[in-house]
Structures are given as structure tokens and as C-alpha cells.
Ligand binder design. Structure first.
Ligand SMILES: Cc1ncc(COP(=O)(O)O)c(C=O)c1O
Length: 494
């Protein structure tokens, strides 16, 4: 029997009755639309295609092959069963030493072998979700704030804030410089937070970025480190997409910058969040890592990891896999090659129909520019367009507003959680939709022109009808953002 709202508020904790989990955003609504009517190539050809899920499913064959060749790595095979007792008994929160060693080895390989990670600083956690929360518990008190550049991963509201009471202060970026983080934007956000009496404890960046699919340049990283040093606040780098870089420029981890002997910084302020969810495509294994250069944080996070341990069976198996240098080298190279191919297939398909994405070199998604299709350049306009895309075009993509983007009309579209054929179906649907929208725009213009002509001829004006401004879907005319006529999708990000 359900409880009335008032009664449940009194019976339950504030945590249980608040809605700060963030589940109400369109980001999650799109998932629900997919769950109700999922696309299937034979059973449900007209269903919703899931392009809102940043999963990396392009290299499962390599993993399966490795597992087939290493049955001893699992305790569920005759070859591995003799380890059953060791793995099944109680494990403390330090984790299996061979697992931490394997993770440190993998993290180093992902960064091109240019840095070494100390296995004694590897703290495990339930995915990056758990790792991000643990690091907040270690660095901030309820009410304290973290600066985060926009657009950012929607679930940060849940992961960083919900149970910790930490607040996010957005650092706004926009398309005028391809959403780069500037010192000026950081200062503005910092000052605004202070004016709001917020105690800023740190800056959190996602590098490579979700949702932009871009990497931060070395100089930008240096300037961020200088900024946090000057303010004496923490820098948390969520590097969960580190191995998804498929094109130049290559990924520069914070761990590399702070190796630079000429660079003066306080290493106690630097922390990395990592996970195998994206780079290996294992979100189901819940392997998250906190890697801090601060001894007290390592010690506190390790104690906290009791609440989010990785199962010892997963640790046991992954210890072998991640320490297999040949496999890891081959996997990383092949994964990035396949991501590059998939990225090209998708973005080139979009370009042919006049839809552009922010240039990107990493991630499992594109940041697609549909500003030209907005009826109004507002969040409401964006959500209206998004509803049509989810309900009529049947693609679950994620609107930029759910990433706290400061400009309307951007959408994150995931491309690595499906096969090539499904990508092609999605491209065909986008093409049909964009074509229909362009046709509608043309009709509106033609109707206006005819009305205009009638007015002109009825007023016997000598002005000639000029139809040169009628847009074709491939016209490069740039119209006023206030025009009721949708822009051509060709309008480029500047
Ligand atoms: C930037 C970022 N951080 C953290 C997470 C959470 O990852 P995990 O599955 O390891 O909890 C995600 C997942 O999408 C993410 O994109």
C-alpha cells in the first residue's frame, strides 16, 4: 500500500525523499523510451535505437578469445577451479595485490607507457560512479562545491552530489572556441561561487570529455594545474575514456604533466578517477579506481572502498588479463582502430546529409550540432526537437541540456554500442528526418513567398520577388537565429 507524500516524508530519511538522484532528466527518459520499444534488426525493425548509452562493444571478440585461451583465469572452469577457495574466502578492502598490480600496469599502457603507476595507490571502487563519490567524500564536506566545466556527464549530479551533499558550480564553455576550458571561464565560475558563499574545494574535469569526445591539450592541462595550485583547491581528473582516443592529438594524462620536473605543483591536490567500463567495455564488472597522489586520501579512500569492493572473482580474472602485456598491447591498438573506423562511418554519413559534429578524437560518441533544426534557440526548443527524435525518428540520443550545455541544439550520439548495420539504419533515419525538415522549411518559405507575391502584386509594387534566399537543404545561407525557419544543418560550428 502506498504512503501519502506527507507521511512518507516523515517516515523516511531526507535522502530517501529528495529527488536529487537526477533520474528525472531527459537523459534517463530516453533510456526508458528505448526500454519500452527496443530496436531489433529482425524482431523490431521500427523500434528505438539506443544511441544514448556510452558503451564500448566493439572488441568483445578479442576479450572472448582471450578468455577461451586462458580458462585458468576463471574459477568457473576445470582449469581454474583449484583457485576457488582462495578467491571465495573473505577479501579485505586492499584488494588482491595481483589485481592492483594488473590495474597499475594497464593504466600505464593506456598512457603509452609514458608514466608508471604505483600499485599501492590503486584503490578500488564500484565503477567510476563509486570512485567519483569516494573522492568527494574524501575531499569535501556537505555544502562544499566543485567546479565542473560544461557540458558534463549528466550523472555527476548523482555521483558527486546526491549522498555527499557536495554542490556543482558549472564552468561555462561554448562553441565559439569549440568548448575549450579557458582560465577566464574558471575565474568567472570561481568568483561567482565565492559571491554565493560557496566553499570551492576543487575542480573536476573529464578528460577525454564526455560528451564532447575531445582531449585537453598539454598547455590547457598545465594551466588548470596552475589554477588549482594558486587557489589551493583539488584537481580530480576523470580519465575513464583514456583508451578511447582514436586520433591525434594523443591523450595527455594529468599523471604525465606532473612528472615534468620543471613544473611546480602540490601533488597532494591531484587525483585520478578511472574505470574499466569504457576502455575495456566492462561496465557490468563494476571496476572503478581512485588513484590519488595524496597519502591521506589513499588511506581514507581505501577504508571507504569497503562499500564498493570489486568482487574477488573479477579481481582474480582481471589480474591475469591486465598483466598479459601482449594481449593488452594488441587490445588497445585494435580498440582504437575500430573506434576510428566507426567514428568515420558515422560522422562521414552525417556530413553527407549536411549534419556536422564537433571535431573529436576520442570517446564513444559525437557531439552533434542540430541547432539549425531548432524552432527556437532555447532549452525548450531543444527538448521539443529531442522528443520528435526519440518518439518519431526513434533514436535515443541525449540533448545537450542534460549535460548542462550552455547552448541549445547540441546532442550527444553514441556509436560504439551497436553493429555497423544498426549505425546505417540510424543514419538512414537521420537522413529521412533532416530531409523532411528541410522540405518543411522550403514549403514554409514558398508559402510565404507566394503570399508575399500576392501582397506585392496587389500593391502593384515594382519590387521583384527575389527567391535567391530560399534555402535548399544544402544551401549555406546563414539565417538569423530568430528566424522561424529552421537553418540548414550545414551551418557549421565556429
Ligand atoms: C565521465 C564518466 N564518469 C563516470 C562514469 C561512470 O562509469 P562507471 O560505469 O565505471 O561507473 C561514466 C559513465 O558513463 C562517465 O561517462
Amino acid at each position: 500500500m502506498g504512503l501519502g507524500n506527507y507521511q512518507s516524508r516523515r517516515l523516511l530519511s531526507r535522502m530517501a525523499v529528495n529527488d536529487k538522484h537526477g533520474e528525472n532528466s531527459p537523459y534517463f527518459d530516453g533510456w526508458k523510451a528505448y526500454d519500452r520499444d527496443p530496436f531489433h534488426p529482425t524482431n523490431n525493425l521500427h523500434g528505438v535505437i539506443q544511441m544514448g548509452l556510452a558503451e564500448n562493444q566493439l572488441c568483445f571478440d578479442l576479450i572472448q578469445e582471450w578468455m577461451k585461451n586462458h580458462p585458468e583465469a576463471s574459477i568457473c572452469t576445470p582449469e581454474g577451479l583449484n583457485h576457488f577457495r582462495d578467491v571465495a574466502i573473505f577479501q579485505d578492502y586492499h584488494g588482491l595485490p595481483k589485481f592492483r598490480k594488473g590495474v597499475a600496469n594497464f593504466m600505464s599502457k593506456v598512457r603509452g607507457g609514458r608514466v608508471k603507476f604505483d600499485e599501492d595507490r590503486v584503490v578500488m571502487s564500484g565503477g567510476a560512479t563509486g570512485a567519483n563519490e569516494v573522492i568527494m567524500f574524501c575531499l569535501a564536506n556537505p555544502g562544499d562545491a566543485f567546479l565542473i566545466p560544461t557540458p558534463y556527464y549528466p550523472a555527476y549530479a548523482r555521483d558527486l552530489c546526491w549522498r555527499t551533499g557536495v554542490q556543482i558550480v558549472p564552468v561555462h564553455t561554448d562553441s565559439s572556441n569549440n568548448f575549450q576550458i579557458t582560465r577566464e571561464a574558471l575565474e568567472t565560475a570561481y568568483i561567482r561561487a565565492q559571491q554565493d558563499n560557496l566553499n570551492v574545494k576543487g575542480l573536476l574535469i573529464t578528460n577525454p570529455s564526455n560528451p564532447l569526445g575531445t582531449t585537453l591539450e598539454r598547455d590547457t592541462m598545465k594551466s588548470l594545474i596552475s589554477f588549482i595550485n594558486e587557489k589551493n583547491i583539488h584537481l580530480v581528473c576523470d580519465e575513464i575514456y583514456a583508451a578511447t582516443v582514436f586520433n591525434k592529438p594523443s591523450f595527455v594524462s594529468v599523471s604525465e604533466i606532473i612528472q615534468d620536473v620543471d613544473f611546480v605543483y602540490n601533488k597532494d591536490l591531484i587525483h585520478i578517477v578511472y574505470s574499466l567500463s569504457k576502455d575495456m567495455g566492462f561496465p557490468g564488472f563494476r571496476v572503478g579506481i581512485v588513484y590519488s597522489y595524496n597519502d591521506s586520501v589513499v588511506s581514507c579512500a581505501r577504508k571507504m572502498s569497503s562499500f564498493g569492493l570489486v568482487s574477488s572473482h573479477s579481481q582474480h580474472m582481471l589480474a591475469s588479463m591486465l598483466s598479459d602485456d601482449d594481449f593488452v598491447n594488441k587490445f588497445l591498438a585494435e580498440s582504437s582502430r575500430r573506434l576510428a573506423t566507426r567514428h568515420s562511418l558515422f560522422t562521414e554519413g552525417l556530413e553527407k546529409m549536411g549534419v556536422t559534429c564537433l571535431p573529436s578524437n576520442a570517446g564513444l560518441f559525437c557531439w552533434m550540432n542540430l541547432r539549425s533544426l531548432l524552432k527556437e534557440q532555447t532549452v525548450e526548443g531543444e527538448i521539443k526537437l529531442w522528443r520528435v527524435i526519440v518518439n518519431e525518428v526513434k533514436l535515443n540520443i541525449s540533448p545537450g541540456s542534460s549535460f548542462s550545455c550552455s547552448e541549445a541544439g547540441w546532442f550527444r550520439v553514441c556509436f560504439a554500442n551497436m553493429d555497423d548495420e544498426t549505425v546505417k539504419v540510424a543514419l538512414r533515419r537521420i537522413k529521412a528526418f533532416v530531409g523532411k525538415e528541410a522540405e518543411k522549411a522550403k514549403n514554409v518559405i514558398q508559402r510565404r513567398s507566394i503570399n508575399g507575391l500576392r501582397i506585392i502584386s496587389s500593391s502593384s509594387s515594382s519590387k521583384r520577388f527575389d527567391e535567391s534566399w530560399v534555402m535548399s537543404p544544402h544551401s549555406t545561407h546563414v539565417m538569423s537565429p530568430h528566424s522561424p525557419i529552421p537553418h540548414s544543418p550545414l551551418v557549421k560550428v565556429t
